[in-house]
Design a protein around this ligand. Structure first.
Ligand SMILES: *Cc1c(COP(=O)(O)O)cnc(C)c1O
Length: 382
């Protein structure tokens, strides 16, 4: 038996069930398995949910970020300003496009890219800003959009945590040129591996479709439907198209998005109430007025003992937790390649040294939260 299954409270359990099984069965009975009608239905459903004009489904968020950069003409010799407080893919997508990631530090309260620091990192080579809506809380998009407008920069949003988030009326892709989503195994909706990009600029649609599939002028689904037709390679392209099978897993989950968010909000409220009197723990998820936190993760900051000792003690109590994140600039590769070192981004480092993500998913019972809370009290001796 795997270690994960021995946890009293696992870090994450997906909620896929009979609806997804039926949906995949239907997809498998259809002759076209690659990008086709089921993908188109998923894309339309996500576009409607987000209130944006276009959605293209991809094999990952990393791929969606890469495609966004390419479609916006960003590549060799260019710089993209981003946050070190994220998963490495945010930064590696910039490298994949041939550009250089330039980090700036984050806001202490949210862990999001600090708009006030962006202008100081802009050089003549800067082409774009790549913010991450960390944990599900939207960045200060109006402030970032102001900086971008003043300096003629694009904005590509890493919205892997933030499908459901809002800042007033602003949603992902509302102010950015594109917003990228992940349907990786532990995200709010999942097909194991998958992603999407959302955008409003119709001029990006045709180039992005070419970039997503080898630069080919005909898709596999079209060939299956129409019979063989000669196709051309119009431009350089990559292989990032989603299959109908993944789209079939995702479609039923669109109907549960709001219900599942409501449940995560209840769990967060229970966590917050249970942690409020502890001195060894600080909370990071503070939904500000007018914002809707997507509550993808529930991070806490550990002050009462060394973070790694806390994680080990919680694991001994049967509670599985994660770290989101240790900052990207301190990974071996980034530190070596770009000469980053400890001290460069002290706010991200302070979060990275203390942060722990607690289990948070709709299948959790209130009693699971209580188990986590009791274990935390025991570990901290409070
Ligand atoms: C999960 C995640 C990604 C990568 O998503 P993939 O679909 O696995 O490529 C990128 N950025 C953030 C913030 C993530 O959490």
């Amino acid at each position: 038996m795997s270690r994960a299954s021995s946890f009293k409270v696992p870090f994450f359990l997906h909620d896929l069930g009979q609806e997804e099984i039926d949906s995949v069965s239907a997809a498998l009975r259809h002759p076209v398995l690659t990008t086709g009608e089921t993908v188109a239905r998923f894309e339309a459903s996500l576009a409607e949910y987000l209130g944006c004009r276009h959605v293209l489904a991809t094999t990952s968020c990393t791929g969606a970020l890469h495609l966004s950069l390419l479609a916006l003409g960003i590549g060799s010799g260019d710089e993209v300003i981003t946050t070190p407080m994220t998963f490495i893919a945010t930064s590696t997508a910039i490298i994949e496009a041939g550009a250089r990631p330039v980090f700036v530090d984050v806001e202490p309260a949210t862990g999001n890219l600090d708009p006030a620091r962006v202008a100081g990192a802009i050089t003549p080579r800067t082409r774009a800003i790549l913010p991450v809506h960390l944990y599900g809380r939207m960045c200060d998009m109006p402030a970032l959009a102001d900086v971008a407008r003043q300096h003629g920069l694009a904005i590509i949003e890493d919205a892997a945590h933030c499908l459901e988030g809002r800042l007033g009326d602003i949603r992902p892709a509302g102010l950015g040129n594109t917003a990228c989503f992940s349907f990786y195994a532990t995200k709010n909706i999942t097909c194991g591996e998958g992603g999407a990009l959302a955008f409003n600029d119709s001029d990006l649609l045709a180039p992005l479709k070419l970039l997503r599939l080898h630069g080919m002028t005909r898709t596999g689904a079209e060939r299956a439907q129409l019979g063989y037709q000669h196709w051309d390679m119009a431009s350089m392209g990559w292989k990032y198209n989603m299959s109908n099978i993944e789209a079939a897993i995702l479609l039923p989950q669109m109907n549960r998005l709001e219900h599942n968010l409501a449940r995560r909000l209840e769990l967060v409220a229970r966590y917050r109430a249970g942690l409020s009197d502890l001195t060894g723990v600080r909370m990071m998820v503070h939904p500000a007025e007018g914002t809707r936190h997507a509550c993808h993760l529930f991070p806490i900051l550990i002050d009462g003992m060394p973070r790694d000792d806390f994680i080990a003690a919680l694991h001994d109590e049967g509670i599985s937790v994660m770290v989101n994140y240790r900052p990207v600039h301190l990974t071996h590769y980034f530190a070596n390649t770009y000469s980053y070192q400890r001290g460069d981004f002290p706010i991200a480092e302070a979060i990275g040294d203390r942060v722990v993500s607690l289990p948070l998913y709709p299948r959790m019972a209130d009693a699971d939260v209580d188990l986590v809370l009791a274990a935390i009290r025991k570990c901290l001796g409070e």
